[in-house]
Design a protein around this ligand. Sequence first.
Ligand code: PEP
Ligand code: MN
Length: 337
Amino acid sequence: MILILRPDITDDQLVVVEDRLESLGVHVHRARGAERTVLTLDGDEELLRSAQLEALSGVERLVATQKPYKLASRDYREERTTIPVGRAVVGGRRVVVMAGPCSVESRAQCFTIGEAVARAGATVFRGGAFKPRTSPYSFQGLGQEGLEILAEVRDRTGLAVITEVMDTRDVALVCEYADILQIGARNIQNFSLLNEVGKARKPVFLKRGMMTTISELLMSAEYVMANGNEQVMLCERGIRSFDTTLRNTLDLSAVPVLQGLTHLPVIVDPSHGVGDWRFVAPMARAAVAAGADGLMIEVHNTPETAFSDGKQSLLPKRFAASMAEMRKVARAIGRTL
Ligand code: PEP
Ligand code: MN
């Protein structure tokens, strides 16, 4: 069960509500968000229903949910969540495209790619400054220097910026530069990190892990939301299957399935989903057709010399062509892009 409190509840009223719940033997978790406080309740449902909690001052409504994820569920919020970032609104009618290189490599590289993707209609620039690499000997990212470059791209192009944060110790630093905090597939069940970004006041972008079920992904969103941060986006980026032809298997059914279970926006990353630039554009079109609220696409001006993921990166001109195709699909289903 979820007890939604009024935004103007006083501290005294909150004490009365929590005392009442304690007297009912209910275990209470308090999620204090920027706009309102929500209590998630673990206790006997019949008892809670008959306790007249909605009659208490400062209480807005009691919501029943049987799901293990509560704040992420549609029981908590029927209407879709929209998240403003820069010029874009994620979760609205317009499909939001986030594009850029896998890794931030240099100013020149990011300026070139940033200007190209902005011209083609992207509204968010992506680029990793902290890179989760399988080998410790691979390029690990430019760190703070990379974050500074991302902020310069924002200044030059007007694009909002998304970048990965890998470590709880870096959350405050990344918040200084980024508009959206990306949690990578490998960290999707790093609960300390989820708690930390849950305390931040920046939107969080959660990438489904290669072995993560839909329900586990929603529980990861719940960690962030239980800490008071309700600005969460979910991203399907391919899962591991028996077939090794491609880097991953892009699970596009996750889009309608998630949208049925949660009010949070759902994004698709076809680049990591297939791992080969030749299949990115068709899967990007398919993602729009499936109803994705946004796309994350890797773009590089010289993929053959990219520090990471060159093989799956689109050249700027191919990205622009893919945008034009996606726009047609968006229009066909009553959306814009
Ligand atoms: C990335 O976006 O470059 C990345 C590392 O993605 P993932 O966490 O999905 O592998
Ligand atoms: Mn990548």
